[in-house]
Design a protein around this ligand. Structure first.
Ligand SMILES: NC(=O)c1ccc[n+]([C@@H]2O[C@H](COP(=O)([O-])OP(=O)(O)OC[C@H]3O[C@@H](n4cnc5c(N)ncnc54)[C@H](OP(=O)(O)O)[C@@H]3O)[C@@H](O)[C@H]2O)c1
Length: 217
């Protein structure tokens, strides 16, 4: 499948590399067509990765990963151009972290709203699925790194079929179906985004990003 990865940071490169490993073609998108990090990413792969603007990538992708900075995501998706998003799944793994006042960051959207919802509202013809935003990107694509892969990842979104498609991608990344928890509609992105302050505290207290939530009952 042709997949767009919007974002040239660690997350975009990590997700893009895994997508190529499991057999997809990837275009990495950026604000500029010749982003240095995107070039470095594409150089690692022989023809399976290409680069372009956010709009080029969104036009290329049948599915779109939003791996942009949370405070820039709406702008990035506007640049991707609404017409390139119609009917497509946007897998949103961004967190609305605002670093403008230093560390720790605050949430630029929270409580009764979320970035996932803002994206769904701004692009009503796209199918937004919030996923993978509750963990370090190394774990997203390699769940077996901790606890034998037995821990929890969440999906939320309004379109049931879109969530099933996303679950297929997650299982191709190594997630066991029993560990993929569908929380409900896109409003459930609020909780997964508001987990970030706790994630950051755990990271600070343990000095490792290689941890995750496991739901037990
Ligand atoms: N690091 C992790 O393990 C982790 C885990 C879970 C979730 N996340 C989330 O994943 C996302 C990506 O994180 P990251 O560290 O890889 O990258 P990042 O530095 O947060 O974001 C980089 C991307 O955002 C774009 N961008 C930044 N400001 C923008 C603006 N004003 N308008 C349009 N685009 C803008 C950049 O565009 P250019 O390419 O043009 O510079 C670049 O592609 C974030 O939302 C983060 O919260 C990260």
């Amino acid at each position: 499948m042709n997949i767009a990865v919007l974002g040239t940071g660690n997350v975009g490169a990590t997700i893009g590399s895994k997508l190529i490993e499991v057999g997809h073609s990837v275009m990495m998108g950026s604000r500029t067509a010749d982003n240095e990090k995107a070039k470095a990413f594409a150089a690692k792969f022989n023809g399976e990765a290409s680069i372009g603007t956010f709009s080029d990538a969104a036009s290329f992708g049948e599915i779109i990963f939003n791996c942009t900075s949370g405070v820039g995501s709406l702008e990035a998706l506007k640049l991707a151009d609404e017409k390139n998003l119609i009917g497509k799944i946007i897998i949103d793994l961004a967190n609305p972290l605002d670093f403008s006042k230093g560390m720790p960051p605050s949430l630029s959207i929270c409580n009764t709203n979320s970035l996932g919802e803002e994206i769904q509202m701004a692009f009503p013809k796209a199918k937004v699925v919030k996923a993978l935003n509750t963990m370090w990107c190394g774990i997203m694509v390699n769940p077996g790194m901790i606890n034998g892969g037995n821990h929890t990842t969440f999906v939320s979104g309004n379109d049931v079929e879109a969530k099933e498609e996303v679950k297929k991608i997650l299982t191709s990344f190594g997630w066991d179906e029993k560990n993929i928890l569908d929380l409900g509609d896109i409003t459930k992105a609020r909780g997964t985004e508001m987990y970030l302050p706790l994630w950051l505290s755990i990271y600070g207290a343990t000095n490792t990003g290689a941890f995750n939530i496991k739901i037990v009952s």
